[in-house]
Design a protein around this ligand. Structure first.
Ligand SMILES: [Fe+2]
Ligand SMILES: [Fe+2]
Length: 258
C-alpha cells in the first residue's frame, strides 16, 4: 500500500494497486496495525503532468466533438487518479480504525485504478494521454484539510465529493449517448455502479463514527460542509443513486433546499 501511495507515475501507481488484489481481503488487524504513521498528505505520489490549474481556468468540456470528448474523458481520468490517491490515503492514514476499514478503502483504490484504466483507454483511442491537458487543481484540498479527522474525511470526501460525482453522472451519460459513443458509455456505466458503493462505504463509516460520538448524522454532515467551506451538493441531485448509497429521503430534502 505504501508503494502505491508514493508512486508518482500513473501506470506504476495502478500496477502497485493491482498488486494488492490477491492479498487485501485477507488482511487482519494484527497486520494492519503494523503500518507506520502515514506521511503528510502533501507528499502523496502524483505525476508532474497534468498541469493543475484553478477550475475557472479550464475550458468548458462537452462531448459534442472528439476534442470535447477527449477533454471530458481527461477530466474524468483526473478525478479517478485522485480517487485512487484518496482511497489509499484513507486506508493508510486512518488504519487505526481496523482491518475492515483498511480493506474497504484498499478495495475502493483497486476499483478507482480500474476506472482510471477504463477511461484512459477511451482517451487513447482519441489520441490523448493522461497529462496531455490541464486539470482541476482543487481535488486534493479536502484530503489535506481533513488529514487529522476521519469523521470529516468520510463526510467530505466519499459522502460529499463522490456523491456530487453521482449527481454529475446523468448529464455526462446523456452527452455520450447523444454522440453514440458506446464504448465510453460502457466504461462510465461500470464507474457509476461502483461509485454508488464508494459513497455507501463513506456513508456507513460516517454513520458509525457519528454513533460512537453520539452525533446526529445529518446535522454533523451539514456542519462539516460549512466548517470546511466545502461545496454543497448541487441540484438536481441524483436521488435514486444517493438513496441506494444510504442517504435517507429526509436528509436529501434538506440538502436540496440549501
Ligand atoms: Fe471512480
Ligand atoms: Fe469512487
Amino acid at each position: 500500500m505504501q508503494t502505491a501511495w508514493a508512486a508518482t507515475v500513473a501506470v506504476d501507481k495502478c500496477a502497485a494497486v493491482d498488486a494488492l488484489i490477491p492479498c487485501y481481503l485477507s488482511l487482519t488487524d494484527s497486520e494492519e496495525l503494523a503500518l507506520a504513521k502515514a506521511p503528510s498528505c502533501a507528499q502523496i505520489g502524483r505525476p508532474e503532468r497534468p498541469i493543475c490549474v484553478p477550475p475557472a481556468d479550464l475550458p468548458q468540456r462537452r462531448a459534442v466533438d472528439s476534442a470535447g470528448r477527449a477533454a471530458l474523458l481527461h477530466a474524468i481520468a483526473h478525478i479517478e487518479f485522485n480517487a485512487i490517491n484518496l482511497a489509499l490515503d484513507a486506508a493508510w492514514r486512518f488504519h487505526a480504525l481496523g482491518a475492515l476499514f483498511v480493506r474497504d478503502w484498499i478495495g475502493v483504490a483497486i476499483e478507482e485504478a480500474y476506472h482510471f484504466s477504463l477511461v484512459t483507454e477511451q482517451m487513447r483511442a482519441l489520441g490523448v494521454n493522461y497529462g496531455d491537458l490541464p486539470a482541476h487543481a482543487g481535488l486534493w484540498k479536502l484530503a489535506e484539510e481533513t488529514a487529522d479527522d476521519v469523521l470529516a474525511r468520510m463526510a467530505l470526501v466519499p459522502r460529499l465529493m463522490e456523491a456530487r460525482g453521482l449527481d454529475a453522472m446523468p448529464p455526462i451519460f446523456r452527452g455520450f449517448q447523444g454522440i453514440g459513443d458506446k464504448p465510453s458509455l460502457r466504461a462510465l456505466s461500470v464507474i457509476a455502479r461502483d461509485e454508488i458503493r464508494h459513497v455507501a462505504l463513506g456513508d456507513q463509516w460516517f454513520r458509525s463514527l457519528c454513533a460512537q460520538q453520539n452525533l446526529s448524522v445529518a446535522e454533523t454532515y451539514r456542519g462539516l460542509i460549512k466548517r470546511y467551506q466545502a461545496p454543497w451538493p448541487r441540484p438536481p441531485l441524483n436521488e435514486a443513486a444517493r438513496l441506494a448509497a444510504g442517504f435517507d429521503a429526509a436528509e436529501l430534502a434538506v440538502l436540496k433546499a440549501q
